[in-house]
Design a protein around this ligand. Structure first.
Ligand SMILES: Cc1cc2nc3c(=O)[nH]c(=O)nc-3n(C[C@H](O)[C@H](O)[C@H](O)COP(=O)(O)O)c2cc1C
Length: 376
């Protein structure tokens, strides 16, 4: 691609983004990291730490991000990349870019009604929200929402059936089961802030405001969540719904194999953004073995640490069909509300397009494993 067409490509993204015309402050952050800086200034420390933090020594949190630096792209040249197509079809839905919004609970620490705000941004950005809490209000407004509904299953058949029926009832296009949450984990930042989940119902804390735990005895977060969840859960959900069932939180290839055998329609390679088991493998490093085990039988998605378009390109090269982002849209939300979320999604998509163009990849179908090499 010559410099002129690269600039034309970039200029067309700029022109197509309504956000460039928005208030000046929006032009401030030029990447996801800078969105985080703005968000950090605007949020109460407790809310910032809840979102940014990982578990214990945060090794996995850091490893997720650092893993992208351990893999190098080996770009191809002399390919016509005047047009770059990032569209992807997932379970019958056509998306303009392979970037979905991961489920994140606790958004109400950022602003009231945050799930609806993010759902609206997803709608405008023509992407898919994997909703942690369900944005029923938006549905009632009659807007054609594209979403998957996430559940951290309670391990009884009755609850599984209820969850599956409810997902159908609210128009979810898939059921996403989080499978890496047997226990609420031991998050030092939350423990230090004496954070407890009850605080989320108290409204958005203002920066500097004193916030007391609602239930001091439970302010240390770790404890049982879904310790008895096993593979039967999939059978129970399947008995109640024909929707695709996607398992989120798979890292071991053995579990990927079991998931496919038990009828999962898709897998998300995830370590919960470094928020569950500290020391767990970085998701980019786990991805190749999972992709090999699944051998194309179902789509493999991944999340964790994606902050740049070229990170996404590496994940796609290692076999991810699409990726999800957790913290980046929350930084956009905290920084500038709905336009901030849209801007972050747009930015990641634009960066991916440019990275694909510069790597000689005009569409997702041309991207293969040969595009990346791991450092020795
Ligand atoms: C504030 C926050 C809340 C989260 N809540 C959930 C949740 O309710 N269910 C779930 O499956 N994952 C949850 N996650 C994990 C995300 O879905 C996703 O796996 C992770 O954020 C991806 O890493 P990234 O933030 O580096 O993109 C949460 C993550 C964050 C940051």
């Amino acid at each position: 691609m010559n410099r002129r067409s690269a600039l034309t490509l970039f200029a067309s993204y700029v022109a197509s983004s309504p956000l460039f015309a928005a208030e000046d402050e929006l032009l401030g952050p030029v990447n996801v990291h800078e969105f985080e800086d703005v968000a950090k200034r605007k949020l109460h420390k407790l809310a910032y730490d809840f979102i940014a933090g990982g578990v214990e020594d945060e090794r996995t949190l850091r490893a997720n991000v650092e893993a992208y630096g351990h893999w190098d792209l080996v770009p191809r040249v002399m390919v016509d990349v005047t047009n770059v197509d990032t569209s992807v079809e997932l379970f019958g839905l056509k998306l303009e870019q392979p970037i979905l919004i991961a489920p994140t609970g606790g958004k109400d620490l950022v602003m009231p009604g945050a799930e609806e705000v993010v759902a609206k941004a997803a709608l405008k950005s023509k992407t898919l929200l994997c909703s942690a809490t369900g944005a029923r209000k938006l549905l009632e407004s009659g807007e054609p929402l594209m979403w998957w509904v996430n559940g951290i299953g309670q391990a009884t058949k009755e609850q599984a059936v209820h969850f599956a029926r409810r997902t159908e009832d609210v128009g979810g296009k898939a059921i996403v089961l989080t499978v890496d949450n047997a226990y609420q984990s031991n998050r030092d930042r939350n423990n230090r802030n004496r954070f407890d989940y009850g605080m989320m119902r108290l409204g958005v804390p203002k920066p500097g405001e004193e916030v007391k735990p609602v239930n001091p005895a439970r302010a240390a977060m770790w404890g049982p969540h879904t310790p008895s969840l096993t593979w039967n859960y999939i059978d129970w959900v399947r008995s109640a719904s024909k929707l695709p069932i996607i398992l989120k939180g798979i890292l071991a290839p053995e579990d990927a194999e079991l998931a496919v055998q038990r009828g999962a329609s898709g897998i998300v390679v995830s370590n919960h953004g470094g928020r569950q088991l500290d020391g767990a493998i970085a998701t980019l490093d786990a991805l190749p073995d999972v992709v090999q085990a699944v051998a194309g039988r179902v789509p493999v998605l991944m999340d964790g640490g994606l902050r740049r378009g070229n990170d996404i390109l590496k994940a796609l090269s290692l076999g991810a069909k699409a990726v999800l982002v957790g913290r980046p849209p929350l930084w956009g939300l905290a920084a500038f509300g709905q336009p901030g979320v849209e801007r972050v999604l747009w930015m990641l998509g634009a960066e991916l397009k440019l990275a694909m163009a510069l790597a000689g990849q005009p569409s997702l179908s041309t991207i293969t494993r040969r595009l990346v090499r791991k450092h020795a």
